[in-house]
Design a protein around this ligand. Structure first.
Ligand SMILES: [Zn+2]
Ligand SMILES: [Zn+2]
Length: 283
């Protein structure tokens, strides 16, 4: 197990966010904000590696979402909140400022709630944290804990997969994205977890929200502007998954490219499709 592998991935994402901000000027603002978040996340991630080493507290006891290591996390939270405060659009910046004033009891409560429920579906398949916390507060917890969750997932043993799981086999969260990775002459589809970023293999012709497998119920929309991004819809449950096709563009970085694709969010809304789980910026 190579711990620290992710640090170079942060650099790749930061670079890609800069590239995309130039290429898609309409998405420059959110992409440059995301870049600031990535820089803060990378810094936190390297602190976590040093402090937690190869064994983050979570992961012990057979559960990825074990005890949150607040002694390590809380001293870093104020810095994250001030990065958001300085770079985010108005309502989010204000929420960060308010939370930074509220102090550590409130931080503990928010982070604990997200850690327990983040990305997990309720009985209707809706993320319990998105619904319970609201978009702004969810961001303030999710953006901060993402690296911690990824580190926990990296050190968490690969679960045995006997079926095609619709939620993350490591942490039970909904998928945020699909990723098509080159394999043979085509691409193999993976689902990427909204909470811990773990990827697991998933059949290409199968709705990850309701299990529909009839091809004529699963239309795929690709815009000229984003030839490497597929909007994979389901006409049975009206959900969609956005899939980054790395066979079409090997330079794409799924999370960053997804944030550039604002017109695809608008398109899906117009046609009445709902995303299975929103991305970090709530789109
Ligand atoms: Zn997960
Ligand atoms: Zn469906």
């Amino acid at each position: 197990m190579t711990i620290g592998r992710k640090l170079s991935e942060y650099d790749k994402s930061i670079e890609r966010a800069e590239e995309l901000a130039t290429e898609y000027s309409f998405a420059a603002k959110p992409l440059l904000f995301y870049r600031q978040i990535l820089i803060a996340q990378k810094q936190l991630y390297s602190t976590l590696i040093k402090t937690l080493g190869k064994e983050p507290t979570s992961g012990k006891g057979g559960e990825l979402r074990g005890q949150l290591d607040l002694a390590v996390l809380l001293p870093n939270y104020l810095n994250f909140l001030s990065v958001v405060q300085e770079n985010a659009p108005e309502p989010l910046a204000r929420a960060a400022e308010e939370l930074s004033r509220q102090g550590s009891n409130e931080w503990t409560r928010l982070l604990g709630e997200y850690w327990a429920l983040g990305g997990m579906p309720d009985e209707n398949g809706v993320s319990r944290s998105s619904e319970g916390l609201g978009a702004l507060r969810e961001f303030l917890a999710r953006g901060f804990l993402q690296g911690y969750a990824e580190l926990a997932a990296e050190t968490f043993p690969e679960p045995a997969m006997d079926a095609t799981p619709y939620i993350c086999p490591k942490c039970d969260s909904l998928p945020v994205l699909g990723v098509l990775r080159p394999e043979g002459d085509g691409g193999k589809r993976f689902l990427r977890c909204a909470f811990c970023s773990h990827e697991w293999g998933f059949r290409r012709i199968l709705c990850p929200a309701c299990g529909e497998e009839r091809e004529d119920k699963l239309p795929v929309y690709v815009a000229e502007q984003f030839p490497h991004i597929r909007v994979e819809c389901c006409d049975t449950c009206k959900h969609y998954l956005r899939t980054i096709d790395l066979t079409k563009n090997g330079n794409a970085v799924p999370e960053a490219d997804d944030l550039a694709a604002i017109p695809l969010t608008l398109w899906a809304q117009e046609y009445g499709y709902k995303r299975i789980h929103t991305n970090l910026l709530g789109a």
